[in-house]
Design a protein around this ligand. Sequence first.
Ligand code: SF4
Length: 340
Amino acid sequence: MSRALVVQTSFLGDMILTTPLIRELARRGPVDVVATPANAGLLANNPHVRHVYRYDKRGAHAGARGFREVVRLAAADGASDIAYLAQGSVRSAALAAVAGYIERIGFETSAGRWLYTRRYPYRRDRHHAERLWSLAGHGGDESPEVGVLRPAVYPGDADEAAAQRLLDANAHVGEPLLAVAPGSVWATKRWPYYAALARRLTLLGRVVVLGSEGDRELAQAIVGETFGSAIDATGQLSLLGSAALLRRARVLVTNDSAPLHLGSAVDTPTVGLFGPTVPALGFGPLATARRVAEVPMLECRPCDAHGPRECPLTHWRCMRDLTVSDVLEAVESVRRGEET
Ligand code: SF4
């Protein structure tokens, strides 16, 4: 039985979208994962993961000594062990090589590809979860069912308790929870009308705002617009605590950012708001009930793989023209259980 080492040290969303690959590899043998400290907690309780090795590549493990430390932790046990480079840097590939993995698998477009022993196409026409999943050796013309590609995370008892404590502290008494996640690292991906949307959503249930500490200002604007009824959960829960809260929600409205994938991972009906990016880049929602809201027929879309810091055309119509009514219509459709 071969052991798999999955190296994924990219953004949170990438880690979430790597879980279908991990699930697939676990059918063949034990799976260990190299992850950033920020993302490692996401894999807690995951039944398909044996060990998580934290690689703080920009902090404690920066430099040769730290690199050697992670190499020692993640070293191959035998010649049949295989490394899967879900993150494609030269550093990740070198880590797998120095750690003794004779077989190293990754994408043919990755920077570290010259250190791989097997390369697979990076299928730009596929969802990123499928691209990563295909590293397990699946690369046919037909995509698998969405259930195969749906990511998964596993909140534990402590995460559930933390989510419940937060609701209790905000006097939540069983109204339907409606989650919004207004943040994004990339400014042009932040839809500007969350506060107005939240005010309308209060007619349907209790709004809860998810995000990191850095999203607090956006959350406070929403709380103010809802006359204090919205629950500000930003920066108060761990990743799995947020997942536990999200699992209780009837719907999630989010930008093209990590919370969208967290929503897919707990299968919360999801409305994804896409502006400078498009779902065809491979990062659309995978929840059973899902809908994308976007401004169609805008020729400048997409203008960037991630979303630029500022609109290069200055008008930012990809987000400004997406109205609260458009998003409410999408919310209603996912609440009815419809797919895109
Ligand atoms: S160029 Fe177009 S797609 Fe890009 S940010 Fe501006 S409006 Fe949006």
